[in-house]
Every structure is written in structure tokens, then in C-alpha cells.
Design a binder for this molecule. Structure first.
Ligand code: HXC
Length: 257
């Protein structure tokens, strides 16, 4: 399918999505939202894909929701259209999504990165929730996800002052899983995605579901969920293959990839 605001590419079992509104620093407008969400849903259903990478440009992952598009909106438009609720579709994607962030990830851009399963940051990455400077606040999950990821003190300071965090601080704070040199970001993200896509897909999806559950339920319920899913994995051929391959000192040949 052709898109105007994103580029998509398949590399082996990895889908690479590049946000592509360079003149607006990849600001997230309605068209980009729809194109990105439908691409993600397509890859989620595609048996040839095991992991997805979302990236932007060297200068910006995404500089936020499109301010020009929102500027004149009224409360009733925002409320009636439940602006940003479409992003619940991204949360429903069951395959892992990696954000490969270089340059600015601000406002909705930072929130989009946080909706991914983890963030690989280039050394040039800058994260922030500057909505307060526009007289508003995060609306795509920033006040909730940033707080869970980096803790209350940093999240509160970032959302109240709009200051940016560089890559080193983001990694220290737990927002980014790793920092890589900007020139290697996309290759390293695709390599990481290939590693994941080489695992048993149902096992990968169950891991994603279980780790995400840690944000949603208390520890007792989370542990119960983990144990039940762990038990269920013994119904998979890939569990037999993975453990047999270990015992036979060979690489596993997973059936469900
Ligand atoms: C629309 C945007 C934009 C945005 C940049 N542009 N960010 N357009 N929405 N969020 C456009 C600029 O208007 C400009 O277009 C072009 O991209 C280049 O941007 P410059 O500002 O000229 O670049 P630079 O001086 O390098 O500054 C980069 C920047 C700055 C620091 C990232 O652009 C900036 O502060 N952007 C806004 C960041 C922000 O406030 N994000 C939060 C958005 S609100 P023209 O046509 O003038 O050349 C948000 C709402 C959250 O996300 C609620 C839920 C999502």
C-alpha cells in the first residue's frame, strides 16, 4: 500500500516503518496517525513479520502532535472525536514494536516512542513533554507512561517545565533501553528486531503481554498471569524444540516464526 506520511520496508522478518513528514519534523497529524496505525495492524496480521521498528529522521523521531492541525480545534471537536483515542489500536498490536529514536521525540513524539515496547536511543536523541509551553498537557499517554517509566519526580519536572532529556539521562532514567551512535541507530534497531523475530513468535507475544501486564495489575495478579502463561507454553512445539535443541547442543529451529 502506498502512504504519504510514512515509508515501509520489509527486511527479512522485520518491518521497518519510517515516519516521513520531513518539513514538519514528522509532526503527527491525522493522516500520519491513520497510515501508521493501519500499517502496524497490517504487519501484526502478516505471518511473514516477527517484529516491527518505528524510526524517524536524523533530526526528529517526531516533534509532537501537529500543532497547526490542533490550533483552532474546539473542546467539542476534541471531545466528540475523542482525539487521540485511535492510539488504543497501537496498544492492541501483539507483536513487539521497537522505537529507534534520533533527534527530537517531543510531546506526541515522545508518547509514540513510549507506546512502543522499548526505545533504542541514538546519542542525538532528545525527549520531552513540552505541551505545557503551548498551554496544554500530554494527551497521548505522556503523563501516565513517562511517570511509570522514569518515576514521579522526573516525569513531574519534565511535564511542568517542558525541559528536554538527552539520551544519557533517558537511559539512566529507564526511558531508553540503550544508546547507540546515531549513524548506527537503524541498523542496530533492525538487528535487534531480527534477533526477536528469530525467536518463537507465540513465545515472543506472550512475553510482550506479560511484561506489559506489570503496568496494569498488582504483583499478585501479575505473577499469577506469568505462571499461567508459562504453563501454557508447554503446549507449544517450540518449547519442545527450544529445550531439545539446547540438550542436543544445536541451534533451535522454531516452527512458529
Ligand atoms: C506542527 C511542527 C511541529 C509540530 C515542528 N514543526 N514541530 N509543525 N507541529 N509539533 C514544524 C515547524 O513549524 C517548522 O515548519 C518545521 O517543522 C521545522 O521546525 P523549526 O521549529 O523551524 O525547527 P527548529 O528551529 O530546528 O526547532 C525544532 C523544535 C521545534 C525544537 C523541535 O520545532 C519545536 O519546538 N517544535 C514543537 C515541539 C512541541 O511543542 N511539541 C509538542 C506538540 S503538542 P515551518 O513551516 O514553520 O518551516 C503535542 C500535543 C500532545 O504533541 C498531546 C497529545 C499528542
Amino acid at each position: 500500500m502506498t502512504h504519504e506520511t510514512i515509508l515501509t520496508e520489509q527486511r527479512g522478518r522485520v518491518a521497518l516503518v519510517t515516519l516521513n513528514r520531513p518539513k514538519a519534523l514528522n509532526a503527527i497529524n491525522r493522516q500520519l496517525t491513520e497510515e501508521l496505525l493501519s500499517a502496524l495492524e497490517g504487519f501484526d496480521k502478516d505471518p511473514g513479520i516477527g517484529c516491527i521498528v518505528i524510526t524517524g529522521s536524523e533530526k526528529a523521531f517526531a516533534a509532537g502532535a501537529d500543532i497547526k492541525e490542533m490550533q483552532e480545534a474546539s473542546y467539542i471537536e476534541m471531545y466528540s472525536n475523542d482525539w487521540f483515542s485511535a492510539w488504543d489500536r497501537m496498544i492492541a498490536v501483539r507483536k513487539p514494536i521497537i522505537a529507534a529514536v534520533a533527534g527530537y521525540a517531543l510531546g506526541g513524539g515522545c508518547e509514540l516512542a513510549m507506546m512502543c515496547d522499548f526505545i533504542l536511543a541514538a546519542d542525538s536523541a532528545k525527549f520531552g513533554q513540552p505541551e505545557i509551553k503551548l498551554g496544554v498537557m500530554p494527551g497521548m499517554g505522556g503523563s501516565q507512561r513517562l511517570t511509570r517509566l522514569v518515576g514521579r519526580a522526573k516525569a513531574m519536572e519534565m511535564c511542568l517545565t517542558g525541559r528536554m532529556m538527552d539520551a544519557a539521562e533517558a537511559e539512566r532514567a529507564g526511558l531508553a533501553s540503550r544508546i547507540v551512535p546515531a549513524a548506527e541507530l537503524v541498523e542496530e534497531a533492525v538487528r535487534t528486531a531480527e534477533t526477536i523475530a528469530g525467536m518463537s513468535l507465540p513465545a515472543v507475544m506472550m512475553v510482550k503481554e506479560a511484561v506489559n501486564r506489570a503496568d496494569q495489575v498488582n504483583l499478585t495478579e501479575g505473577l499469577r498471569h506469568e505462571r499461567r502463561v508459562f504453563h501454557a507454553m508447554f503446549a507449544l512445539d517450540d518449547q519442545k524444540e527450544g529445550m531439545t535443541a539446547f540438550v542436543e547442543k544445536r541451534a533451535p529451529d522454531f516452527k512458529h516464526r
